[in-house]
Design a protein around this ligand. Sequence first.
Ligand SMILES: *[C@@H]1O[C@H](CO)[C@@H](O)[C@H](O)[C@H]1NC(C)=O
Ligand SMILES: *[C@@H]1O[C@H](CO)[C@@H](O)[C@H](O)[C@H]1NC(C)=O
Ligand SMILES: *[C@@H]1O[C@H](CO)[C@@H](O)[C@H](O)[C@H]1NC(C)=O
Ligand SMILES: *[C@@H]1O[C@H](CO)[C@@H](O)[C@H](O)[C@H]1NC(C)=O
Ligand SMILES: *[C@@H]1O[C@H](CO)[C@@H](O)[C@H](O)[C@H]1NC(C)=O
Ligand SMILES: *[C@@H]1O[C@H](CO)[C@@H](O)[C@H](O)[C@H]1NC(C)=O
Ligand SMILES: *[C@@H]1O[C@H](CO)[C@@H](O)[C@H](O)[C@H]1NC(C)=O
Length: 342
Amino acid sequence: MIEEIFIINKDSVYIKTIKKSPLTLRLVVLVIAAVCGMYICLISLEQPKVRTSTKLLELRVVNQSCHHPSAVEDWEIPYLHYPQPKNYSREECACNPVRFFSILTMQRSGSGWFETLLNSHINISSNGEIFSVAKRRENVSSILNTMDKVFNLDWFNSASKNECTAAVGFKWMLNQGLMEHHKEIVEYFERRRVSVVFLFRRNSLRRMVSVLANSYDKEAKPINGTHKSHTHSSIEAEILAKYKPWINTTLLIPELKKTEETASKAIEYFKNTRHNVLYYEDLDKNLTKLKEVQEFLRVPYRDLHSRQVKIHTAKLSEQIENWDEVQKCLQGTSYHSFLLSD
Ligand SMILES: *[C@@H]1O[C@H](CO)[C@@H](O)[C@H](O)[C@H]1NC(C)=O
Ligand SMILES: *[C@@H]1O[C@H](CO)[C@@H](O)[C@H](O)[C@H]1NC(C)=O
Ligand SMILES: *[C@@H]1O[C@H](CO)[C@@H](O)[C@H](O)[C@H]1NC(C)=O
Ligand SMILES: *[C@@H]1O[C@H](CO)[C@@H](O)[C@H](O)[C@H]1NC(C)=O
Ligand SMILES: *[C@@H]1O[C@H](CO)[C@@H](O)[C@H](O)[C@H]1NC(C)=O
Ligand SMILES: *[C@@H]1O[C@H](CO)[C@@H](O)[C@H](O)[C@H]1NC(C)=O
Ligand SMILES: *[C@@H]1O[C@H](CO)[C@@H](O)[C@H](O)[C@H]1NC(C)=O
């Protein structure tokens, strides 16, 4: 180090002046001290790097002792994760690979029901609407940190399993920071191999009825003063379905268009991730559709159950206050079919 300094300064007048002035000598000592200080700093900065690499080595040892299940196809290998939760040991599940997923959806599209179905599988843990809490989506880093925690199996709630988790995920509404930060989120999904399940409703007029009824319920709370977005009781479902919303037809077509555009924009943003587009109506009509979902998530097939009861089961014409007006508004438009499907 010291030699280097002299080499650098060999030809300069600086060296010569050192001898003359004790002040410059002091300066040189200072410089040497500073360089030594920097050197020490550098060495101590090296230390964590050393530690990290031993940590990586440990991880690699863990990986090596886990053989991928024989049924796994080559393309799947990057999608297999072996999380090591911070606060507990996975012990007997350590070598059970875990896949990551996210359900991207909109409010009142059946995602609550869909999640209860998924969570009835012993190996699936779907952690709910984690980004409904504004603080978790305040900025990109809090979004990514929250996902890290979920995917590391460090997120505890009723969806956490005692059995070996084979797929872990959560549901995410498009209006919860997902569209704003889509670039970083797509990057994260691609890097960490998160599979995407889009869940939409084909009939967004029915969705609109559900949205309006749900926001009415938030205010009126006809069930003993509690707000219910979902129910397990057919009596409660009947009470909730009694309310018939009035739809502002000036806004109807623009709203339906907006919903449609948001959904296709989301699919466009995430088109390069591994994804699957599901429609609530298809699931509702034919629960064997859930077999495809399980195949997509690469979990062993099981019959899935939900105790949730559907709220709006009647014909659409019986669920909208100003049905005639709505009918007139959509007649002959591309949304005409929404009036007919039940
Ligand atoms: C080994 O573990 C690391 C860290 O958990 C992970 O990033 C990597 O993909 C794993 N490798 C294999 C082959 O599973
Ligand atoms: C992101 O938000 C979190 C709170 O959720 C905050 O603590 C953090 O400082 C914010 N980071 C940036 C870069 O703004
Ligand atoms: C893990 O334990 C620490 C200390 O007990 C706690 O602060 C932290 O919140 C825990 N993490 C999770 C994900 O529960
Ligand atoms: C599902 O959980 C059971 C019980 O913990 C476990 O034996 C099985 O290996 C798990 N399946 C997968 C695919 O992880
Ligand atoms: C509402 O109150 C009635 C009468 O007090 C009771 O029978 C019923 O179980 C309550 N329903 C709920 C959902 O709490
Ligand atoms: C319907 O929406 C339009 C446009 O926002 C608004 O001008 C009008 O007042 C609304 N009608 C009613 C009855 O609320
Ligand atoms: C339900 O879907 C499965 C495949 O997804 C199909 O084979 C079956 O015929 C369908 N059943 C009905 C009643 O549509």
